[in-house]
Design a protein around this ligand. Sequence first.
Ligand code: THU
Length: 137
Amino acid sequence: MAEPLSARALLPLAAEAATHAYAPYSRFRVGAAVQGERGIYTGANVENASYGLSLCAERSALAAAIAAGERRFAAVAVACIDAPDDAGVSERTPCGACRQWLVELAPDAELAMLGVDGTMQVRDLLPHAFALKAKEK
Ligand code: THU
C-alpha cells in the first residue's frame, strides 16, 4: 500500500475535488480529502435549490470513505478555493455540522486547511461534542 499522505499533502487533492463542486447558489466551491487505511477519498459541496439540503464537502468525502469500508482516518484536508485571498480562518474552516461528523468519524486525524498555516487536530475542532455509545456491527 502507498505511504499514507499527511494532511497538508492532501491539500492539492482537496483543491482538485473543489473544482467539481455543485455550488450554483453560493458560488463558494469547497473540496475535501480524507486519508483512510486503504486509500484517499475526496468530496465536494453539493448544493440544492432547497438550500438546507445542501451537503458540505467534508461530509461528502467522509460518506464516500465510509461507503468504501473505511473506519479510521489519519488526515483530512479542506480547500475553500473561492475564499478571497484575505480571508481569515473562519472562511476556510469546517462548519459546525461537519465538525460533528469529523469528531465522530475521524477524531484522531490531523486537519489542514488551504490558506491556513500548519495543521490542527480534528478532536480540537469541537470541544464537548455530542456523542452516544456506539453499537456498530
Ligand atoms: N461548505 C462546505 O462545503 N464545507 C464547510 O465546512 C463550510 C461550507 C459549503 C456549503 C455551501 O455549499 C457553501 O460552502 C457556502 O456555505
